[in-house]
Each structure stands twice: as structure tokens, then as C-alpha cells.
Design a protein around this ligand. Structure first.
Ligand code: SF4
Length: 694
């Protein structure tokens, strides 16, 4: 039995056996004859774009596929299966995906057996249009259907393998899977049309047009000749689409508790294969989802359409997951949700299916409360959940959460944070603008005054530097949203001064398809103006960040050691590493994270940008940014050895770099994923510098 199944509840096993371990030909047709076949060993490259929610999704998908025999590789060129877990919040992230797919298209000329899948928000938003634009894609899987990925992949691999053995032009008749198989079948029915009408189509184009499509630059005669050799393989690939589609489509806006109960995505979380370094590069630290989706409909954001309505996981599932992670050695848990403080589970309305308590669609309320209006008997509020995890899982030494929606943050939560020492005093509360007219256009649901009142309230409860427990706050700002005037911009600058974020993700607005703003609000702030305003706010925030950081100099803090500093990683990549720790600590190579500061480069790319303005998402995004911090001279050591620079985070999520001298460098790896004492000696723009004390 695979380890994934062994970790889940008993009643879950059957469901997962059914959905994940069987070939599903005919699964949706009513002629269920699932059968087991040995899974061929396949290598998978998975690259993740976007927020922590996507990171977690990728981790869960990785665990699930590993348990089924897939092997993960860190370079796409060596993978049989290439998956992109996508984000549609930022245009830049989307462009990267298109660029990747263009490269994959060329690879398929040589290796038509390769299966390419697009997961996440781009898949959900664009649907089959994405395949029409880029027929190299075999699998589309929305964020609400990821539990079905093993089946989709299994089908795609088998379909492609078998069709490649057939004559070119073979027609694929296998259905998709999941509740949208009908949609997939419709897509299949129209496949001939879509391929025939697509500029990148293969079966209907001439060699010259194929070659001109293959590269934006003109091809040399030798390249042309080389590509010509691949044409037969390409034509075969054209006839062997392994298309598999699982999207929520119009079911993503579910209307009731029972409908949410039909949501099988909970199985993905329940199936989690836990270990102390479950994630891509976070030893001792793990994400745990508590809420999915969003009900807020900010006009610039596609999340409510791609991830659906708020659905809350049963508290016992969450607590059990934390316990299992703690048992495996995890000491830091970050609870995830797009609007994490909206978490509420009404036990009285709980629905059980196949012995599993089901996630629950959130009941919305007017907001602006000082305590969850539904608290009381039979309801687990966000405050209750935090206290419950803290008390029942003491091995979790750091409990944090992102991202908070500022309007609905009650005193009940602040009180729980204050009274429970292992809950981090860190709030990520996006403001997005300091102008009330802009907030209204964004449909944020609060005013600047209400936002600042919340920050004052939070600081009154939680900012206690005198006992070594300061509160650190991070924010998000969108620059150049439609209609933004110089006065609006100035108001945002004033907000930054008042909010005094330890860091702020500032990014220029770009209209995103699928959002209300894209359809209704002209993107009327010129790019040059956006850039200027962006730079002004960045400079302002850098000054504020430096001032906030300076308040920490001279203090001694507990820090969670995450791994090598970026500087050290670069040095290791350059072949000048000091040995084992530099190559191993903090990077296991299983998931390439492109945006979010945790990057494994691809195809010669450098690391992701780490600046305050390269924010991947408006709501749930990782705290980024590390200064380039060369190793201190005294730590370099003499010719006989050198030190190692580590990166850590405070309870308030400030980055701290500290150096281990040569005689201690050996223990660098053993320190990763632990909490250590550090004396802060210096503040830089984006990080602190400390000295390891214990
Ligand atoms: S920005 Fe955040 S709160 Fe607003 S719709 Fe998107 S996910 Fe929801």
C-alpha cells in the first residue's frame, strides 16, 4: 500500500483507491470497470508560480504522485511529464508559462511522448482556450480539481503511449475525467476544428509555417534542416493528443453546504504524505490549508472565479494534519487561506460523506465585527482554531497564518494571539491603496480610516517589544489602478507612512482577464506614470523598512533557520561551495518555485526577483526579499576553510542573515529547520544581520 493512503483516514482509502490508483477509462460513463495496472516509472518536472496556496498545492500533488511511483526531477529536459502550477494574478507569471510552453512545443518535436500539463488558475480561467492556443498541452486541471490529477496523468500517459504506437492522425476517443468529463468530451468532439483553426496547429500547416512558428527569430539553413527531420514525429504528435481536462467551470461558485460537501478536493489535503521537509525547500516548516476560495470579489482579482467560494475545512482535519506534521518533525506551521481570518466551521451544519466530515461553505456576514458574530456553541471560529492548534499541538513552536482580510479581523483573534506564546506576532494585511475612492473602485469593502483603525487596534494588543514580542506588519499596494490620480497616489504614500510596514509588496497594476476591472475599468494610467509612482513608493517603503529594522538592532531573538542565504546558494551554484551543506541544505530539487523567492532556476535563468515590488499576488503571497549579503570578512576564514551564511526569520517574519565561522560550518545543515537565538547587530534595507548565540 502506498504511503499516501496509509496516512489518511480509513474511509478515505477507498475513495482514493478509486480515484487515484485506477485507470479511469469509462469511469464517468457509467460503465465503471476500474482496473489496476502497474504504473510505469515516470519522471516529473513541476514548476510552481504564484502564492503560497499554489506552493502547497504543488507539495500535495508531489506527494500524491510520488506515492504512485512518479519520480521528480529538477530539470524539465529530463522529465517525461512537465507540469506547471500556474498563477493568473500577475501578467508576468503568465508570460513565463507561455514561454515555457513554447519551449516544450519544440521539445515535443523530438520527444512526442512527453506529457505537458497546466494546473491552477490559468487552466481554470482559460479552459480549453488554453489548449487551442497551445496544443502542446495535454492536461488542464483547475485548482479545485487537483485531487484528480493522478487519474488525468495516468490517462494522458497511457493515451499518448498507445496512440503513438498507432498510425499518425489517430483519433482520440477517450473521455476526460471528473465532474466535467462532459465538457472534456465536448472539447474532444470539437478537437478537429480547434486544431485545424489554431495557428499552432500541426496537422494542417505547411513545413515553412511550422518552422516560422517554431522560433520568433529566423532560422538558419542548418536549423531548418534539423527541424525538418522532426516533422514526422511532430505530425504523429498532432494526431496523438492525450487531452485530459478537469475544471470546475461554473460549479466553482457553489451555493450551499451540501454542494461544498461534494467537493473532493479535501481528499488531496487528507492524503498528505507528511515529512519534516515536505515542501520544496522548507525543512521543519509546512503550510496547512484551512480555507479555500474567496467571497470578496475585489475587482482586480480573479481568485473568486478560479478558486471558487470560501470553503472551510473541518477543524479536526486541520488539527490532525498539524499533529502528523509535528510527529514528522515540523516545528513551524503556516495556516493558509485567501482570507484566513474568515475561517469558521459550524459543527451543527457539518455534513459527513463516506465517514468523512466535509468542508463547509462559509456563511458570509456584513463584516466590520470585533468578534466572530457566529461564535459560541457548535462553531469553531478562527480564534478558536488558532487556540486549539496551539494547545493541542505544542510541538508546533511557531504558528503563523496568511493572508488576513483587514475588515473582518476581530479582537477575539488578537486576544488569542496575545495569550498564546507560540502564535507568531506577524500580520500580513493588504491595504492595496491609501485612497478611499480607489478602495471603492477595487471593491475592497473598507475605508482607509477603518484600515488604520485596525492597525492601531492590532498594535495595542500585540506590539510588546518590552517583553521581546514586537508586532510586525506587512502590506500590499497596487499602483496605477484605473482612475488613480496624483492625489490618490499621495494618499497611498501617506498610508505607508502611517502603517509602517516591515515590508510591503508594491506592484504595478495590470488588467487581468476574467476580472471585473478587466471588463469594466479602462487601464487608463500610463505605464510611465505607474512606473514613476511605483518607484516613489518603493523608495519610501525602503526607508520605512530600514527604520523598522533598526528598532531590532541590539535585541536578541529566536529565529527559525530556513537554509542557506541566497548569497550562499549562488556561491554553491557557482561551484565555490564549501562542501555538503551548501549544496544540500534547503534545496531538494523536487519543485521549482519561480515566483516567491524560492527558486530553482530553469534553463539558465537566475533566481526570482526578490524586491519589494515583485509581488506575485494581491492576497496570499510569500514574504520575499533577501539582501545580497556577502559573507563577513572574519567568517571567510583563511586558506584552510570558510564559513557559511544562513538565512532565518524572526517570529515577525523579518529576514535575518548570520554567519557561521569555519569551525562551525559543519553544523550548518543540522541547524536548518530549527529555532536558534540570534543577536541582531545590523539592519539593512531588506534584512537584518545577526550573530548566532545558541
Ligand atoms: S484580492 Fe484577496 S480578498 Fe480580494 S478577491 Fe482576491 S483573494 Fe479575495
Amino acid at each position: 500500500m502506498c504511503p499516501v493512503i496509509a496516512t489518511g483516514p480509513r474511509s478515505f482509502r477507498a475513495a482514493f483507491d478509486y480515484r487515484g490508483m485506477t485507470s479511469s477509462i469509462g469511469l464517468e460513463s457509467g460503465t465503471h470497470r476500474p482496473y489496476h495496472r502497474p504504473m510505469p516509472a515516470r519522471s516529473v518536472y513541476l514548476e510552481t508560480f504564484g502564492c503560497q496556496m499554489n506552493e502547497l498545492d504543488s507539495e500535495l500533488v508531489t506527494g500524491q504522485l510520488r506515492a504512485l511511483g512518479y519520480r521528480f526531477v529538477s530539470e524539465p529536459d529530463t522529465a517525461d511529464v512537465i507540469l506547471y502550477n500556474t498563477c493568473s494574478v500577475r501578467e508576468h507569471a503568465e508570460q513565463k508559462v507561455w514561454s515555457r510552453l513554447g519551449i516544450d512545443r519544440l521539445r515535443k518535436l523530438r520527444e512526442p511522448h512527453v506529457v505537458v500539463g497546466v494546473l491552477g488558475c490559468m487552466a481554470e480561467r482559460d479552459g480549453e482556450d488554453l489548449i487551442r492556443r497551445m496544443p502542446v498541452v495535454d492536461i488542464l486541471c483547475g485548482p479545485g480539481e487537483l485531487d484528480k490529477l493522478p487519474t488525468l496523468l495516468d490517462n494522458a500517459v497511457r493515451t499518448r503511449d498507445s496512440l503513438l504506437a498507432d498510425e499518425p492522425g489517430a483519433i482520440v476517443k477517450e473521455s476526460g475525467t471528473g465532474r466535467n468529463s462532459e465538457r472534456a468530451e465536448q472539447a474532444e468532439d470539437s478537437r478537429g476544428d480547434s486544431i485545424g483553426s489554431t495557428p499552432l496547429s500541426i496537422s494542417s500547416i505547411s513545413l515553412p509555417s511550422l518552422l516560422s512558428n517554431a522560433s520568433s527569430s529566423s532560422l538558419s539553413p542548418s536549423a531548418y534542416s534539423a527541424l525538418s527531420e522532426f516533422l514526422p514525429a511532430l505530425q504523429r504528435a498532432a494526431g496523438t493528443s492525450a487531452r485530459q481536462v478537469a475544471l470546475q467551470g461554473n460549479t466553482s461558485r457553489r451555493s450551499g453546504t451540501l454542494a461544498a460537501a461534494q467537493d473532493t478536493l479535501e481528499l488531496l489535503d487528507l492524503s498528505r504524505a507528511v515529512s519534516a521537509h515536505d515542501g520544496a525547500d522548507r525543512r521543519g516548516s509546512a503550510y496547512v490549508r484551512i480555507t479555500r476560495g474567496c467571497n470578496k470579489f475585489c475587482t482586480y482579482c480573479v481568485v473568486p472565479f478560479t478558486r471558487g467560494a470560501e470553503v472551510h475545512r473541518p477543524p479536526q482535519h486541520i488539527v490532525d494534519e498539524c499533529k502528523r506534521l509535528a510527529d514528522a518533525g515540523v516545528i513551524e506551521v503556516t495556516l493558509l487561506g485567501q482570507t484566513v481570518n474568515h475561517y469558521r466551521f459550524e459543527q451543527d451544519a457539518a455534513v459527513t460523506l463516506d465517514g468523512i466530515v466535509q468542508p463547509q461553505k462559509g456563511r458570509s456576514y456584513g463584516g466590520g465585527h470585533r468578534a466572530d458574530p457566529f461564535r459560541g456553541h457548535g462553531v469553531t471560529t478562527f480564534a478558536d482554531l488558532l487556540a486549539q492548534i496551539h494547545d493541542e499541538v505544542p510541538a508546533i513552536r511557531r504558528l503563523r497564518f496568511v493572508t488576513s482580510y483587514p475588515r473582518d479581523f476581530g479582537d477575539d483573534v488578537l486576544q488569542v494571539i496575545r495569550d498564546h506564546p507560540r502564535i507568531c506576532r506577524y500580520l500580513h494585511v493588504p491595504a492595496q491603496s491609501g485612497s478611499n475612492s480607489q478602495l471603492k473602485a477595487m471593491n475592497r469593502g473598507y475605508t482607509v480610516e477603518e484600515y488604520l483603525e485596525f492597525l492601531d487596534r492590532a498594535r495595542a494588543f500585540l506590539h510588546q517589544p518590552e517583553i521581546g514580542r514586537p508586532l510586525a506588519v506587512a502590506g500590499d499596494i497596487i499602483v496605477g489602478f484605473p482612475g488613480e490620480t496624483d492625489e490618490d497616489h499621495e494618499a497611498t504614500a501617506q498610508l505607508l507612512e502611517k502603517a509602517r510596514y516591515k515590508n510591503c509588496f508594491i506592484f504595478k497594476y495590470s488588467a487581468r482577464p476574467g476580472t471585473v476591472a478587466y471588463d469594466k475599468l479602462p487601464d487608463d494610467v500610463p505605464e510611465a506614470v505607474k512606473r514613476r509612482r511605483n518607484n516613489v513608493l518603493l523608495a519610501l517603503q525602503q526607508r520605512i523598512s530600514a527604520e523598522v529594522g533598526a528598532e531590532y538592532v541590539g535585541t536578541t531573538l529566536d529565529v527559525f533557520i530556513e537554509g542557506l542565504s541566497r548569497h550562499e546558494v549562488k556561491r554553491a551554484a557557482g561551484g565555490t561551495a564549501s562542501g555538503g551543506p551548501a549544496r544540500r541544505a534547503g534545496m531538494n530539487g523536487s519543485i521549482a518555485l519561480t515566483i516567491g523567492g524560492r527558486t530553482l532556476g530553469r534553463r539558465g535563468e537566475g533566481s526570482a526577483t526578490d524586491t519589494l515590488h515583485e509581488a506575485p499576488t494581491a492576497c496570499a503571497m510569500p514574504p520575499l526579499s533577501e539582501d545580497e549579503a556577502p559573507l563577513a570578512d572574519e567568517v571567510r576564514g583563511g586558506s584552510g576553510g570558510r564559513g557559511v551564511q544562513l538565512s532565518a526569520r524572526t517570529d515577525g517574519d523579518l529576514i535575518v542573515h548570520f554567519d557561521l565561522p569555519p569551525e562551525q560550518a559543519r553544523k550548518a545543515e543540522s541547524l536548518v529547520g530549527t529555532i536558534a537565538r540570534c543577536r541582531i547587530t545590523e539592519s539593512r534595507q531588506l534584512s537584518l544581520v545577526g550573530k548566532f548565540t545558541a
